[in-house]
Design a protein around this ligand. Structure first.
Ligand SMILES: Cc1ncc(COP(=O)(O)O)c(C=O)c1O
Length: 370
C-alpha cells in the first residue's frame, strides 16, 4: 500500500513534485511506441538525475540508461544500474572511467577524437581491460562528435586499438529537438541523419559486433523511429516534460505536444501581496531555471496569470485588471520552463497521486556536473 505523507498543498515550497500516474503513463506510452517500431530505449538520466526513476525506466523496458557526465555514470554504476552509455566526453577523467568499469564492466563510452581513443586504449591496456565504444558523429549540433566526413578515418583508428571494441555510432541532433513545426523537424532530422546512415551501413557491413545506432531526443524519436538503421533512442525529457517541449508540435496537426503529459510540477507560495498587478511568490532563479520557455501556472482559477522571474529567490505572478489575485499563502502549481536544469536545483521529488503525497525520491545525481 502506498504511504500517505499528507497533501501536496501543505508541503513547504518551493518544491518539485512528480505526478506518479502521469510518470507511469509517459513510461508506458514510450515503451509501446518504441516496441511498435522495434526500437530499443536507453533513456537519458540527465533529465531527472534520480536512481528510482532510472530503475523505473528499466522496469518499463529500457535496455539501459545514458549519462552525460562521468560523475553521473559513477553514481548509476554504484546503484547497480546496467547498460550505461556515457554520451559525453570524458577528457581528463580516464581514471574515473576505469574506476566505473571496475563496478560496471558493460559501461559504453563515446569517442570523437583519436587522441582520446589513444589515451583510453593505453589506460585500458595497462589494466588489461576492454571497453565498448560508440563513434560520436556530429549530427549538426556542432557540440561534440566527429564530422561525418572524418568518421570513417576515426573508426579505422579506433578499430586499430586492441582494447577498444567499436559497437556502433551515436548521432544526437540536439539542435532539432525543439523545432516547433513537426514537418520542419522531420525534414531536418531526416536530412541530418541521412548523412550519417551510409557511414553506419558501411561500418556495419565490415565490422563484427558493430550494430548500435543511438539517436533521438523527445522531439525526434517518433520521426527517427521510421529510419530502419536507428536501433535505439536516448530520449530524456519525455518522462517529466516542461513548457518548452509542450510548445512543440508532436504531429502535423499543429496542436502542441500531445504524446506526453507534464508529470513534473513546481509548487510555489504567494509570499507578498502589496503591489498592484502582481503578487510575489517564493520561487525565483534558484528554484526555477530560466531557460527554454516561461513556466505555466496550471492551478485552476489562476491559469490565465503569467509567471516572471523576480531575482534569485522570488518570482512574480502577474494578473490583469478584473482578475482575482491569489491571496497571501496561496500555493500555486507550475509547469517548469526547462525540466533538466530545474530538477538539478532540488534534493528530491515529492511523488504525488492526485493531491496526496505518496513518496519521496532522492535526486541523487543532482550537482553531478563533473
Ligand atoms: C546527448 C543527449 N542525448 C539525449 C538527450 C535527451 O534529449 P531530450 O531531453 O530532448 O529527450 C540529450 C538532452 O539534452 C542529450 O544531450
Amino acid at each position: 500500500m502506498e504511504a500517505n505523507k499528507g497533501n501536496k498543498f501543505e508541503l513547504e515550497t518551493p518544491c518539485i513534485i512528480l505526478d506518479l500516474e502521469t510518470v507511469e503513463k509517459n513510461l508506458k506510452k514510450m515503451k509501446s511506441l518504441a516496441e511498435s517500431k522495434g526500437k530499443n530505449l536507453r533513456p537519458h538520466i540527465k533529465t531527472h538525475k534520480c536512481i528510482t526513476l532510472a530503475k523505473k525506466q528499466i522496469e518499463y523496458g529500457a535496455i539501459g540508461v545514458c549519462a552525460a557526465k562521468v560523475s553521473e555514470a559513477e553514481k548509476l554504476a554504484e546503484a547497480g544500474i546496467n547498460g550505461i552509455l556515457l554520451t559525453g566526453p570524458f577528457t581528463g577523467k580516464i581514471n574515473s572511467v576505469l574506476q566505473i568499469i571496475s563496478v560496471s564492466p558493460a559501461l559504453m563510452v563515446t569517442l570523437d577524437h583519436p587522441s582520446e581513443a589513444e589515451n583510453l586504449n593505453t589506460a585500458l591496456h595497462s589494466k588489461g581491460l576492454k571497453i565498448d565504444v560508440l563513434l560520436d558523429i556530429d549530427a549538426g549540433l556542432r557540440r561534440t562528435g566527429v564530422q561525418p566526413s572524418g568518421a570513417l578515418k576515426l573508426a579505422d583508428f579506433i578499430l586499430s586499438k586492441k582494447n577498444l571494441r567499436l559497437r556502433g555510432i551515436q548521432a544526437y541532433a540536439g539542435h532539432l529537438q525543439h523545432i516547433l513545426s513537426f514537418k520542419e523537424r522531420k525534414d531536418a532530422s531526416y536530412r541530418s541523419l541521412g548523412e550519417i546512415i551510409p557511414i553506419f551501413n558501411k561500418l556495419k557491413s565490415e565490422v563484427d559486433g558493430f550494430s548500435i545506432f543511438s539517436a533521438s531526443g523527445t522531439g525526434t524519436f517518433e520521426i527517427d523511429s521510421s529510419i530502419p538503421e536507428v536501433t535505439e533512442h536516448q530520449v530524456g525529457s519525455y518522462v517529466c516534460m516542461d513548457s518548452e517541449y509542450l510548445a512543440v508540435d508532436s504531429s502535423e496537426d499543429g496542436k502542441g505536444f500531445k504524446t506526453f503529459d507534464p508529470a513534473l510540477r513546481l509548487l510555489t507560495t504567494v509570499v507578498s501581496v502589496n503591489q498592484k498587478g502582481y503578487v510575489t511568490v517564493d520561487a525565483g532563479l534558484k528554484s526555477l531555471y530560466k531557460d527554454g520557455a516561461v513556466p505555466q501556472v496550471i492551478t485552476p482559477g489562476f491559469s490565465e496569470m503569467k509567471y516572471d522571474w523576480f531575482g534569485d529567490e522570488y518570482g512574480k505572478i502577474i494578473y490583469q485588471a478584473g482578475q482575482k489575485a491569489p491571496v497571501l499563502g496561496t500555493v500555486l502549481e507550475l509547469i517548469v520552463s526547462h525540466c533538466d536544469p530545474t530538477i538539478n536545483l532540488f534534493d528530491h521529488f515529492f511523488i504525488t497521486r492526485g493531491d496526496k503525497v505518496v513518496d519521496i525520491w532522492p535526486i541523487e545525481l543532482r550537482g553531478c556536473s563533473r
